[in-house]
Design a protein. Structure first.
Length: 377
């Protein structure tokens, strides 16, 4: 038997890889791995578009007060959607540190739609303003009106509406002027009683209020005026000012009614009016001039010249000895205050005016002359 040379071993089915093949396989796996890593890292941008749109990470270029354009075409401008949360500063949004891994379920955390956020206030109000400017702007924008100085009110109150003084009463205007200044007052039942008589004590009290007399330093001890009598201070002041005088035996007769001639004589004496040079000529305007007492002729003439006499219903009837009523006293006191310059004059047909001072007769009548120069009658 002859010896055969050893035969070549059969090639195994698991042949070892060559170097080139190993390099090719390594490159292929590296490429596949890089593609998988890149695709996983780009999950939010390539696979989940909602995540890209709802990303809560603010862009570095977005300012706190900047409004991003809306991506929803259905939202009208300047209209805040009902589902949008109120405006909050950017620092209130928490930025995630690492991207979340892809999951099959929907994201669990709530994402604020930053693209539709509309600030609730204008941006200019959020800028810091100095304290003084803030104070001025708050005052100007206040809903309440600013406090302004009140207008100066009239010192004189409206007249009292007495229930027994009708509008067409002849002395209504005189009464209204004096009652509004508290010179004359009514009674508790809101009446004035214009036709009621006035006694000497009441007249002294009216004179005291009308002419602002200073308190009397000397008191006259009248036997018929008690020390605690309600009109004692007024009586003392009226006598010291020269408006009134007492009677003999140290009497004043406070309860005696005062007559019209006594009222006029008291006003002329208190105002210190001078008597005219021809009193009888002046008193000729009265049809009852003969009834004037002799002691009062010059005083009544002065009263007539200065517009103190008020006669109703007939201006030519003086009725000097008639008891003066409250309305007549009011009218004569009013005229005395007009003479002193404390009240404005009012027009009344009851005021007696001399023909030379009357507006209707103040003009000199025209006299026609004859051809020879003598006046014609």
């Amino acid at each position: 038997m002859t010896n055969k040379p050893p035969s070549e071993p059969e090639s195994s089915q698991r042949t070892a890889l060559g170097f080139d093949e190993f390099i090719a396989i390594l490159v292929a796996f590296s490429t596949v791995g890089a593609i998988l890593f890149w695709s996983l890292s780009r999950r939010d941008s390539s696979w989940n578009f909602n995540g890209l749109l709802s990303s809560s990470t603010p862009s570095p270029s977005v300012q706190p007060n900047q409004v991003l354009p809306s991506l929803n075409p259905k939202v009208e401008p300047n209209v805040v959607p009902k589902t949008v949360l109120p405006y909050s500063p950017p620092e209130a949004v928490v930025e995630p540190k690492t991207p979340s891994l892809p999951t099959n379920s929907a994201p669990s955390r709530a994402v604020l739609p930053s693209a539709q956020v509309i600030p609730t206030q204008p941006p200019q109000l959020q800028t810091p303003v100095p304290s003084s400017a803030v104070l001025e702007s708050s005052i100007k924008s206040s809903a309440l009106p600013l406090v302004t100085p009140a207008k100066q009110k009239s010192i004189i109150p409206p007249p009292i509406a007495f229930n027994d003084v009708p509008t067409n009463f002849w002395g209504r205007r005189f009464i209204d002027v004096l009652s509004s200044r508290s010179i004359l007052k009514g009674f508790p039942d809101y009446s004035f009683r214009p036709n009621q008589s006035v006694n000497r004590a009441e007249f002294a009290a009216i004179v005291q209020k009308a002419f602002d007399q200073e308190p009397s330093k000397t008191a006259i001890a009248f036997e018929d005026v008690p020390t605690k009598f309600w009109a004692t201070p007024a009586i003392d002041q009226a006598i010291n000012a020269g408006f009134l005088k007492g009677y003999p035996k140290k009497t004043f007769k406070p309860q005696q009614n005062i007559s019209r001639v006594q009222v006029l004589v008291a006003l002329v004496s208190g105002l210190n009016l001078k008597a005219p040079t021809s009193p009888n000529q002046i008193l000729s305007v009265y049809k009852d001039a003969k009834d004037i007492p002799p002691y009062a002729i010059s005083k009544i003439a002065a009263a007539t010249t200065n517009g103190l006499v008020v006669n109703y219903p007939n201006p030519q009837i003086l009725a000097p000895n008639k008891v003066a009523s409250r309305a007549e006293v009011a009218a004569m006191i009013h005229q005395a205050l007009v003479k002193r310059g404390k009240l404005e004059a009012i027009s009344s047909p009851s005021i007696v005016r001399l023909p030379s001072t009357s507006p209707e007769t103040s003009r000199t009548p025209k006299v026609k002359l004859s051809p020879g120069g003598s006046p014609q009658r």
